[in-house]
Design a protein around this ligand. Structure first.
Ligand code: GLU
Length: 480
């Protein structure tokens, strides 16, 4: 087989969204599985919407996900440059050649004219294709228009026998019926190529063996196939991967909370969890294991297991993956990533080993690090404010709380085991147990009726902090 060379070709006109990241991942996995190369090409010919910041954001996101490229704008390679804005001469050359060979022609129609024609065709129930006006111009007419200073683009001539068939890796045989596309622009009047033209020229020039991209590009693929034919180039193999839909089954978009990689990064999802989840959007390995490392994904990834039906982006499932990773990796793996999400007072109150212990406790059930603040309350160093249920829980427990002050205040040892033992003894002495015993103490110490194991919380908080909180709770109970 030809050397496997695949590419991810983002336009730097926005952040790397979930769909783009999934496309990058499938290309990357395919390249690694086949021992091929993964190329990053920046498609920045839409000068108005492209920006260097967005480009570097996309590069950072890909690196964060662990999808390093073998050739790209920042690291070069034998087929560079890897930014389309630096390859413009090649597209012009290609367009000139097609014009010289009678496969393309200069088009002088203005935006307004094109709009008007489209509207007329719509009213006449005709497909909205270009009507070929400029194809029929003779040399003299063209010369007149040029002298008159009319802007010209270059339009590709769609051959009359325009039915095309594609043997797609994922979708099997795809038929593009004749008449599906009309003559299309390949070079704009500003001298820049359209996406279809630049992509076809570059995929050929960069010796891309497989184009793996979203199904929404199928209607582009037929145009690109025609460009390869006209230029006498061998087309790559195509694999169109299924759409990603939101839970409401419409195409994933901003309406679904703009799921882009940077958002997940800042919200504190582990990159491995995102990658693992994305791999399952449209692909599945044999067997039913879901938690797979990048290496395992590489080993198992095959295009013939990519599904042709759409997949659903479900944040609940992503959260499940993420929580599994956080729990398994624990503080050893994630403490440094998690720490910035700890509130300042907590970070200042404990040494690193204690923070690691707190994180391990929270990690039992944490989909992303940004959720730490919702769960951290029991470990906050100050005296908790008692309101609502917590206030009620301490109000009826004066005797228990006073006795707990004494029980917790004495003795040398301050460990979860000794704390647990003392609370139990106290319950036995006062003849209270279960909720009646633990809830008031928990409420006094943490300000909440729920939370992680109380003895562990108290151990980590430290004796002084615990006693202070109980004293304060007692002081707050109104004397009858
Ligand atoms: N720049 C195109 C995009 O971002 C690339 C599509 C392709 O892979 O050919 O959609």
């Amino acid at each position: 087989m030809k050397e496997v060379r695949v590419r991810f070709a983002p336009s730097p006109t926005g952040h790397l969204h979930v769909g783009g990241a999934r496309t990058a991942l499938f290309n990357w996995l395919f390249a690694r599985h086949e021992g091929g190369r993964f190329i990053l090409r920046i498609e920045d010919t839409d000068v108005e919407r492209s920006s260097a910041d967005l480009e570097s954001g996309i590069l950072d996101d890909l690196m964060w996900l662990g999808l390093a490229w073998d050739e790209g704008p920042d690291r070069g390679g034998a087929y560079g440059p890897y930014r389309q804005s630096e390859r413009v001469a090649r597209y012009r050359e290609g367009a000139e050649r097609l014009v010289a060979e009678g496969r393309a022609y200069p088009c002088f129609c203005t935006e307004e004219e094109l709009e008007r024609k489209k509207e007329e065709r719509r009213r006449a129930n005709l497909p909205p294709q270009y009507d070929g006006t400029c194809r029929r111009l003779d040399d003299a007419a063209r010369a007149r228009k040029r002298t008159g200073g009319e802007a010209e683009s270059v339009r590709f001539i769609v051959p009359p026998d325009s039915e095309r068939r594609l043997d797609d890796f994922v979708r099997g045989e795809v038929v593009f019926p004749a008449g599906m596309v009309g003559d299309f622009v390949i070079l704009r009047s500003n001298g820049l190529p359209t996406y279809n033209f630049a992509a076809a020229i570059d995929d050929a020039a960069m010796a891309i063996s497989h184009v793996i991209r979203g199904e929404e590009h199928l209607s582009n693929t037929v145009r690109q196939i025609m460009i390869y034919e006209a230029l006498g180039l061998e087309p790559p193999r195509f694999a169109h991967i299924p759409l990603i839909l939101g839970l409401d089954r419409s195409k994933l978009s901003k309406r679904h909370g703009a799921p882009n990689v940077w958002d997940f990064h800042t919200r504190g999802y582990p990159a491995e969890a995102i990658v693992n989840y994305l791999a399952f959007l449209g692909w599945s390995p044999p067997g039913d294991r879901e938690m797979l490392s990048l290496d395992e994904l590489v080993e198992k990834f095959k295009l013939d297991r990519v599904s042709s039906s759409p997949s659903i982006f479900d944040e609940v499932k992503l959260n499940w993956f993420s929580a599994q990773y956080v729990k398994r990796g624990g503080a050893r793996r994630y403490l440094d990533e998690a720490l910035p999400h700890f509130p300042e007072d907590v970070r200042a109150a404990y040494p690193r080993e204690r923070l690691a212990e707190i994180f391990e406790i929270l990690a039992e059930n944490l989909p992303s690090f940004s959720r730490i603040v919702d769960e951290i309350a029991p470990f906050r160093p100050g005296i908790p404010a008692l309101a609502g249920e917590a206030r009620e829980a301490v109000a009826g427990a004066r005797e228990l709380l006073s006795a707990s002050l004494a029980a917790l205040g004495e003795g040398e040892e301050w460990s979860a085991a000794s704390i647990g033992g003392r609370i139990k003894d106290l319950g036995a002495r006062l003849q209270v147990k279960g909720k009646a015993l633990y809830i008031p103490i928990r409420a006094a110490v943490t300000g909440s009726l729920h939370g992680p194991d109380l003895s562990r919380v108290m151990e980590i908080r430290g004796r002084e902090s615990v006693l202070r909180a109980i004293r304060s709770a007692l002081a707050g109970i109104e004397t009858p």
